[in-house]
Design a protein around this ligand. Structure first.
Ligand code: PLP
Length: 360
């Protein structure tokens, strides 16, 4: 049996635990789990199967293809298409697969209205409460109610808005967005959905009828300065490779492309079989940590396509074949992301198809 170079081990019990955390934060709310982008790189079908067994109320995906993958795998849970449908064919397929279509713009309303009148559709209306990415203006609510009344075969699932700054507890934006949304919705029937992970963690007013967590289900924190464990979450992904060479490099010699790291003394250097073609960001600088034998050791020199080099001075016992953790238990993805100037979202979604997945 060949040994995989790079393995992402996904702990489905952790995903289940994290769903319990969502429910503890928002006990009155139904949960629409964001499993778009292949469940943020964790594998949409295994994650969906786990969450469906745990009784999640619905899934959110970005597009029809993602929903088709879930239905093909036998997932019968409610699925919302966060960006709606892009064409008449997609609308028909969505209706056939009983997908829930989020409508965010007039052109989508017209597209769906052009389907045969007997077509049964489950729809969400998305309102723009200030983020100015997707959604109808708040003034469109009466028009949307009329559109609904004109289509007796459409069933309204609810009203969605999305928060721009929920991860910033000092920003006035969230309070402003929620107030604007609630004002526009006063007296209007239908369920409401506001908060993503940061929204439901930090803003009780954002919990509403439905919450839409993504990141926290995978055990990472959306709040700056906190890691998942600080919020009671368990990281669901460990990404590991192994040492494939250990050298002694003389003082004054340099390591890797661009010769950016020069050995300050004669030292042991390890080569790890993982690189940017696996999803380790090339921008990670000298000093960014990996974990070997539960010890943090720094990357030295540039990340290359298939390899990184690490400083083994703190680990005289490290040898070829030893496992190297890139992120996961003991080395939070949030921290590694910080070194790369990004977020755990991007690390998770950036793993490539060269990475072997293992589910436990
Ligand atoms: C509309 C919408 N709702 C919910 C989410 C989930 O967000 P998070 O992963 O921050 O919880 C996203 C993710 O981007 C989204 O676009």
């Amino acid at each position: 049996m060949p040994i995989p170079r790079v393995t992402a081990t996904v702990d489905l019990a952790a995903v289940r635990h994290n769903l319990c955390c969502v429910r503890a934060f928002a006990p009155q709310s139904k949960v629409m789990a964001a499993i778009k982008a292949d469940a943020y790189g964790h594998g949409a079908v295994p994650v969906a199967t786990t969450l469906a067994e745990a009784g999640v109320d619905a899934f959110a995906v970005a597009c029809l293809e993602e929903a088709v993958t879930l239905r093909d795998a036998g997932i019968a849970t409610r699925i919302a298409l966060l960006e709606g449908v892009l064409s008449r064919d997609e609308a028909e397929e969505a209706a056939r697969l009983t997908l829930e279509i989020v409508i965010h713009d007039r052109w989508q309303l017209d597209l769906l209205a052009s389907l045969p009148a007997e077509t049964r559709l489950a729809v969400w209306f998305k309102l723009d409460s200030g983020m100015h990415r997707l959604g109808f203006p708040l003034t469109a609510v009466p028009m949307l109610c009329e559109a609904l009344a004109a289509h007796p075969n459409w069933t309204l699932q609810g009203w969605i808005t999305h928060l721009a700054c929920a991860d910033d507890v000092d920003s006035p934006m969230t309070v402003r967005q929620i107030a604007a949304f609630e004002t526009a919705m006063a007296g209007i029937a239908g369920e409401r959905s506001i908060g993503n992970s940061a929204g439901l963690i930090a803003w009780p007013q954002a919990r509403a009828n439905w919450v839409r967590p993504g990141l926290m289900l995978y055990g990472a924190s959306p709040m700056p300065g906190k890691v998942g464990r600080d919020l009671g979450l368990k990281p669901a992904m460990n990404v590991a490779s192994r040492l494939i060479a250990v050298h002694e490099v003389a003082v004054g010699e340099s390591i890797g492309y661009g010769a950016t790291f020069v050995c300050p003394e004669t030292m042991r250097v390890g080569v790890v079989a993982v690189g940017y073609a696996d999803g380790v960001h090339r921008i990670l600088p000298t000093g960014a940590p990996v974990l070997i034998h539960d010890t943090r050791v720094p990357i030295i020199g540039r990340v290359s396509m298939d390899m990184i080099t690490v400083d083994l001075r703190a680990l005289p016992q490290a040898a070829v074949g030893d496992p190297v953790l890139l992120w996961g238990d003991g080395l939070p993805a949030e921290e590694v992301a910080n070194w790369a100037g990004t977020l755990a979202y991007e690390l998770f979604c950036g793993l490539t198809n060269r990475v072997h997945y293992r589910y436990v």
